[in-house]
Design a protein around this ligand. Structure first.
Ligand SMILES: [Ca+2]
Ligand SMILES: [Ca+2]
Length: 217
């Protein structure tokens, strides 16, 4: 019986979410984002209120670094990346523009010569923790590719924030890419679907042999 209910649920999901090709919402590498120095010549760091699609979560700003200030430079063909923990623990956010099943791909590196207690970076959807990233910063910059899937709705904030020791040194973020894998209905539509599936399940239960139910009593 259960497989029929699951089948009905899958049918409902298929009807609600017609297959569509994944859509790239943004790809932000932070290149070209250094004010007054779009080619990021030399080396340095600066604090900005916005870096491409990402906005500062507080007046601590977003720190852009380039040219190997804290260790090896950007290992991905670019020169600019974000360090979270500017003057103090900082954050940056992107506001979702649609409902869907998303994947956020990005690169994370501990800052060289900085403890894992200070390099902590958290990824959140509003106040829901999607992942925590850190590492001991031995050696140079070591970029690790991360891929985080989640379901999100219009207006929710995707947030990177420093969560380690607040000491102006912290984890690095680069090459952030958000992909919309499939659209999903509004939460209210989901509730109607869940109610509908509940009704299907209930009607199937009623069709079971009474002897089966009584034997469980
Ligand atoms: Ca970059
Ligand atoms: Ca820190």
């Amino acid at each position: 019986m259960r497989k029929y209910i699951v089948g009905a649920a899958l049918t409902a999901l298929t009807l609600a979410s017609p297959a569509a090709a994944a859509t790239q919402i943004f790809s932000e590498t932070f290149e070209g984002q250094v004010p007054g120095n779009p080619n990021a010549t030399g080396s340095g760091f600066t604090f900005v209120n916005q870096a491409g699609v990402w906005k500062a979560g507080s007046n601590n700003g977003i720190e852009l670094q380039w040219g190997g200030v804290g260790g090896a430079p950007d290992a991905n063909g670019g020169r600019v990346f974000v360090e979270l923990d500017t003057r103090a623990n900082s954050s940056m956010f992107y506001t979702l523009q649609g409902n869907g099943v998303y994947t956020l791909d990005f690169l994370f590196s501990p800052r060289p010569r900085v403890s894992s207690l200070s390099n902590v970076v958290e990824l959140l959807l509003d106040n829901k923790l999607l992942g925590t990233f850190t590492g001991d910063g031995n050696g140079g910059t070591v970029w690790n590719a991360k891929s985080i899937g989640f379901t999100g709705f219009t207006g929710q904030k995707l947030i990177f924030r420093a969560a380690g020791t607040s000491d102006s040194l912290g984890g690095y973020i680069d090459n952030t890419t958000l992909t919309l894998n499939s659209a999903v209905p509004e939460p209210g539509t989901w509730m109607l679907m869940i109610l509908g599936l509940g009704a299907v399940g209930f009607s199937m239960r009623r069709r079971r042999s009474p002897a089966t139910d009584f034997s469980l009593a």
